[in-house]
Ligand binder design. Sequence first.
Ligand code: NAD
Length: 519
Amino acid sequence: MRSLFLAGFMGTGKSTIGPRAAARLGIPFVDTDEIIAHEAGVSIPELWQREGEAKFRDREAAVVRRYLDEAPHVVALGGGSLLLRNLRHAVLDRATVITLTADAPEILRRVGDVSTRPNLAGADPLERIRELLAAREGSYAECHAQLATDGFDADDVASAACAVVQRDPIVLPLGNRTYTVDVVNDAPEALTDAIARTAPSSLVIVTDTTVRRARGHVLDRALSHLAISRIDVTLPPGEDQKSITTAQTIWDAALGARVDRETLVVAFGGGVTSDLAGFAASTLLRGVRLITVPTTLLAMVDASVGGKTGFDHPAGKNLVGTIHQPRAVVIDVAHLSTLPVREMRAGLAEVVKIALVTSEALFQKLEVAGASLLDPKSPALLEVIRDAVTLKARIVRDDELEGGKRALLNLGHTVAHGLEAHTAYRKYLHGEAVALGLCAELEIMAERGFTPRELVDRTRRLLMALGLATHAPRDELRAAARFVMTDKKRRGATLAFPVVMALGSAEVRQVPLDLLDRP
Ligand code: NAD
């Protein structure tokens, strides 16, 4: 179990909820303000006055970091403890963070004597509370869940907090657009709850006919507990559906049903479905909410997280699209039980990619588990999916709009997109093209002395163990190079290209466009 850190403004109930949650979870409770005051031997207002806010924050950060290394605790934080981005993200990586909320007048009522609160000094404490809440809104939103405490019973809030700890979602902290990714096994209620949390006016369910046939009953079970009207847009399957025409089909169905701004689009399917449904959601009524429910391995580890949406154009793959983050992602590995093994292999190619650029440990896990990962029931697979999502989430958190390190996730994709476009999206599954692209791009960089030669061989061995091809025909590679001119990563005569320097460590370099001409 992870520790539970309770964040939020003063007076939101952290020290009321904390001991109750700790008792339920059977772990100790601590309050960082009490620890700081005890260690300094003076009260917090005195310390604040004596040392100033900056020094106080240093003390706070040291206590927070200490409890990250301890056995699980419930930790009530000071209201400003997680305002520093790096510290907040370190806590989000290692603990469950819940922000407690209450409205400004209720906070003022609970705080009582404002003279003991140095941060509320001034003529109008209510106005000051409002100012601070507005300034901190984005930081407070970066958490695993926000729970309102005004008007709610403290025991109910404590048990809701414990349920989040048990759920153990992965968080993608993006200010007010923060969302969580649940990874579950055969738990349709995870989707029911995720939809209920968004309280939508209606649902637009986007899926494809194959997924509808194979997994529709699970979706229906999840939705049967919700009294929300729905329309279903069930598309033909396949990459060749990724076009403006299909986006139009989704728009037409949704607008025909008179959806409003509170509608929720649910993308239930593979990466093609989430790319298209995400694009439709980002453009319908200038943007409505989206939940992605990936049913392929590739969509679980990659396409459903990070907000990239769009479709293909005759000039190349994914050339038109938007970035529109989902409100939640619900990964249920049980969906993989009906996925053909060829699709499982294709999904693992994206996991190998993520491991190559971010994590030696994940790469080693893949080597150890090998072909056992093709069994959807393998416990190692669930772990690998969680790892891959966590690593991708960290990259997106740091570079949502791909101004820098997010481009690392394009490793293998320059060649892959060229191969797919050249073969009219019919010969290779996306992940199969990625496996070929990984080998070709690592090879090019090994020839230039950047990527260690033994890593190219090791990657080929891993991909082969997972049942993936590692050598594309030369003529196809040459033809794929033509598509570099329309690659999104092109800037004038150069291309932003991920270069693996060592296993799990990569950097983006600007390389000349003719790089791929000589495979
Ligand atoms: P896909 O959506 O075409 O799904 C593959 C096939 O599996 C389809 O025929 C589908 O009907 C079927 N299927 C899906 N789930 C199933 C299940 N549980 N049981 C049985 N059959 C099932 O392809 P994909 O591989 O999931 O995704 C590839 C697409 O994702 C590409 O277009 C790629 O560009 C895109 N992608 C996007 C991102 C992103 O960040 N947006 C990242 C990676 C890939």
